[in-house]
Every structure is written in C-alpha cells, then in structure tokens.
Design a protein around this ligand. Structure first.
Ligand SMILES: NC(=O)c1ccc[n+]([C@@H]2O[C@H](COP(=O)([O-])OP(=O)(O)OC[C@H]3O[C@@H](n4cnc5c(N)ncnc54)[C@H](OP(=O)(O)O)[C@@H]3O)[C@@H](O)[C@H]2O)c1
Length: 245
C-alpha cells in the first residue's frame, strides 16, 4: 500500500472525476473510496482515462453498515462500478452489530480467497473488536482505517494494532488538525513547506499510511509532495505532544 493515498469522500460527479484524474496525474497510486461515497464509477472512469495500468494503482473500497448480510452483492457492485475484477483492499466501513461481526468477517475472507479483493481489513474498530475477529477466525485484518492526526495521536493504540500485525491507516489527517498551530507553523517554516505538509509527513515518520482529500489541484499536488524533507526526532516529538494539550 503506497504510504500516501488520495481520499475521495465528498468527491462526486464531474468535479470528483476531475479531482481524481488530477490526483492520478500528480502521481497518486492509491485511491480510497467506499460504497457509501457514491463515487466508485468516477474513480473507475478516472483510472481508465488516466491510461495507467490497473495494477499500478492500489484501490480501497468499503462495505457500508446498511449492506451487512449482502457482502457479496456489495463487493460485486463495487467491482462493476470501478470497472475492475478485483480491489486491493476491502474494508468493513464501521463495526456492525455484535451478532453480525463474525459472519461479515467470514464472508470477507471467502471473497478474498476468491480473488475479488487482494486483502481485507476494517475501519473504526477498537482493539477489543479486532481481538474478537482474530479469536473467531484466526485471521487479523491487514488494516484498521481510523481517524489520525497530531491531536488524536495515541501511541498505545498504534502499538496495540501493530502487536496484532494490523496496519493503522489514518483518515481525516487535515480536518482533525488546527493548521494555524504555532508548532506546525514553526516546523513548516524551518523546512519551507506548509503546515499541512508537515502533518502528512508526520504520519509518514510514524509509518501511518495517510489519505488526504482535496478538490483543489494545488493542494492535491502539495499533499503528495512529502518526500523532499523529513522531520527530526525532536520535531516529531513536538508534534506528538499536540495530542496532550
Ligand atoms: N473510514 C472512514 O470511516 C472514513 C471517514 C472519513 C474519511 N475517510 C477517508 O479519508 C479521507 C480523508 O479524510 P477527510 O476527507 O475526512 O479529511 P482530510 O483529508 O483530513 O481533510 C479534507 C479537508 O482539508 C482541506 N485540505 C486538503 N488539503 C489541504 C491543504 N493542503 N491545506 C489546507 N486544507 C486542505 C480540504 O479542502 P479542499 O478540498 O477545498 O482542498 C477538505 O476540506 C476521506 O476523503 C476518505 O477517503 C474515511
């Protein structure tokens, strides 16, 4: 999974298509969508029109809570809308009601074994809920996609997921951040970048894949332009400390 993906929540219709095309042109090779976002067709069209080979782009989509019990139909509908015969990662978007947790996961594993998705994971799961999946199936989700940002940084949650071989993927990295924070402004000035780039780079320093969304071409490009600088351990620690304010 490329460390930086393009988030697509609220990117629909022709404006959504344009943003996804711009993201692919800017170099993103990881797109995060969901049945719930209503934009899988736009993602698929943008991918085809980009001229990129399907295998060059890591595609994630998600099962919404309202489709619990209809996992197969939902994934097949996603594949049709995306115009592909597999996704790279399929996530349970939110934990279902307790009685459905394990049946949903068994169905996910069956569809993975059929090759309709290369990997399966979850989103918005607690450690307790992940443990319940592991206990029932012996298989841990490869990813737990959860909100993450300096303000939400929680080393214990990160470590607990990692102990179970679960990769924490961070969503809403910018929305969850005060981009006017003086610490971010100072670090950004030291590197000649923006506070948003500092926040996204901070995720990378923590080995947390991150999926910023933007509808603006300049921000789409800047949010991927993170590999020409790095944060010192001291700078990363100052940003970690924003969670304790
Ligand atoms: N699994 C889940 O339950 C879940 C939940 C929420 C989100 N997600 C995924 O995570 C992705 C990202 O999360 P998100 O969309 O909630 O929030 P986000 O990416 O943290 O923030 C998006 C907001 O930040 C603005 N922005 C983007 N780049 C910026 C920059 N460089 N400087 C200043 N502002 C900037 C955007 O405005 P403009 O568009 O105007 O630039 C938009 O208002 C989603 O798109 C979705 O794919 C998953």
């Amino acid at each position: 999974m490329p460390m930086v993906g393009f988030g697509t929540w609220q990117l629909r219709g022709s404006a959504g298509y344009d943003a996804i095309r711009q993201a692919l042109e800017a170099g993103y090779r990881h797109i995060d969508t969901a049945t719930m976002y209503g934009n899988e067709a736009e993602v698929g069209q943008a991918l085809r029109d980009s001229g990129l080979d399907r295998r060059q782009v890591f595609l994630t989509t998600k099962l919404p809570p309202g489709r619990v019990g209809r996992e197969r139909q939902t994934l097949c509908a996603s594949l049709r809308a995306l115009g592909t015969d597999y996704v790279d990662l399929w996530l349970v978007h939110w934990p279902p009601a307790a009685r459905a947790v394990n049946p949903v996961w068994h169905e996910f594993l069956a569809l993975r074994d059929e090759g309709k998705t290369r990997a399966v994971g979850v989103s918005n799961y607690s450690i307790r809920q992940i443990d319940s999946l592991i206990q029932a199936s012996g298989v841990a989700p490869v990813v737990n996609q959860v909100p993450w940002s300096p303000a939400l940084h929680d080393p214990q949650v990160l470590a607990a997921n990692r102990e179970r071989q679960v990769t924490v993927e961070g969503y809403s990295p910018l929305k969850g951040t005060n981009l006017n924070d003086p610490v971010l402004a100072e670090v950004a000035a030291a590197h000649g970048v923006t506070p948003a780039q500092v926040v996204l780079r901070w995720h990378i320093e923590h080995r947390i894949p991150v999926i910023p969304k933007s509808a603006r071409p300049d921000r789409i490009a800047a949010n991927l332009d993170l590999f020409g600088f790095s944060l010192s351990p001291g700078e990363a620690a100052r940003i970690d400390a924003l969670s304790r304010r």
